[in-house]
Design a protein around this ligand. Structure first.
Ligand SMILES: Cc1cc2nc3c(=O)[nH]c(=O)nc-3n(C[C@H](O)[C@H](O)[C@H](O)COP(=O)(O)O)c2cc1C
Length: 298
């Protein structure tokens, strides 16, 4: 057939291989048999439907494989954007990759000792993945699991914002259960290891307008300047969400944040996850070393 020869002109090598293939020849004979059948034939209808499904499946698979690198890149970019946001460094119109590379340094922290782990390349480390790997994670005893996460990675990935070589802020990954979902976010803390700069939840499925208000910029702004620990004890976190609005004239207001209206259960979840990740089980050993500067030197 002239048309077929013309097409084969473009893919000569492929055509030559196919022409020699016994199964391809059988397929060609069967295809010709099917196409010669009447349009009302049940065999033709089924064969065309199966062929269509196969073509669609191949197209979807190809699209999934081809788009995978783009998806991974977008995910990384989104994470960098969240980190810049909680660090207060997100500027509209600025290149996210460049801003991140310029201002943020990722480090791996051993949660038990609070020391940096230099043997792991921070760029390749995925803490959420590590938490699912029994070799890289620790089961949390029930009585200590106030954030209801059951398991945690041994090593955490923190992000440092430095200015003139000195740490300006520390961004800690946090997660814990709310009402409907596990909330994942970042808590940005001053170099004093005590004062909150900002909070940001980038992955959660609480009800929009209720628990989902954790992403509301007005609520997030209430966290700035709050203190994690009481001055007298930097091991036991004191910060919590309260029901209603914080009265700033009352003592202890620096350890309190307004609870989310109509979402007491999510609010309790947020208190618990903050307390967990700033306790001895979480970043307390690291923050204590940051405070003394010596242990946190990078
Ligand atoms: C459809 C629906 C969705 C809800 N979503 C949330 C939520 O995301 N977070 C939350 O804490 N409470 C949520 N609640 C309310 C809780 O069931 C519970 O009543 C509330 O946490 C109590 O908070 P309050 O004492 O501030 O009213 C939801 C209730 C309903 C009916």
């Amino acid at each position: 057939m002239p048309n077929e020869n013309k097409q084969c002109g473009h893919y000569q090598k492929l055509c030559a291989v196919l022409e020699k293939n016994e199964n391809y020849q059988k397929f060609k004979v069967y295809a010709e048999h099917i196409l010669a059948l009447s349009n009302n034939s049940l065999e033709k209808t089924i064969a065309i439907a199966v062929a269509l499904c196969l073509v669609c499946a191949v197209l979807v698979s190809l699209a999934a494989v081809a788009l995978k690198p783009l998806q991974i890149n977008n995910k990384e970019l989104d994470m960098k954007q969240n980190i810049l946001d909680v660090a207060g460094l997100l500027e509209e119109g600025k290149d996210i990759d460049a801003a991140f590379a310029e201002k943020i340094e990722a480090k791996i922290v051993d949660l038990e000792t609070g020391d940096y782990v230099e043997s792991i390349n921070a760029a390749d480390y995925d803490q959420r993945k590590a938490a699912k790997d029994p070799a890289q994670s620790i089961a949390i005893p029930k009585d200590k699991d106030i954030a209801h996460i059951r398991i945690k990675a041994k090593y955490a990935k923190v992000f440092l914002v430095k200015e003139a070589g000195a740490i300006k802020s520390i961004i800690l990954p946090i997660n814990g259960y709310g009402l409907w979902s596990t909330l994942y976010g970042f808590l940005s803390v001053d170099a004093d290891g005590q004062t909150v700069q900002s909070i940001n939840f980038y992955d959660q499925a609480e009800t929009p307008g209720l628990g989902g208000e954790v992403v509301n910029p007005n609520w997030r702004a209430l966290w700035k300047g709050k203190k994690i620990y009481a001055e007298t004890d930097t091991n036991e976190p004191t910060l919590s969400l309260i029901k209603g609005v914080v009265d700033n004239s009352k003592p202890g207001a620096q350890y309190q944040v307004d609870g989310l209206a109509g979402a007491t259960l999510t609010s309790t979840g947020v208190t618990n996850l903050i307390r967990y990740w700033t306790s001895k089980e979480g970043f307390a050993p690291y923050l204590s070393k940051v405070r003394t500067v010596k242990g946190a030197k990078s």
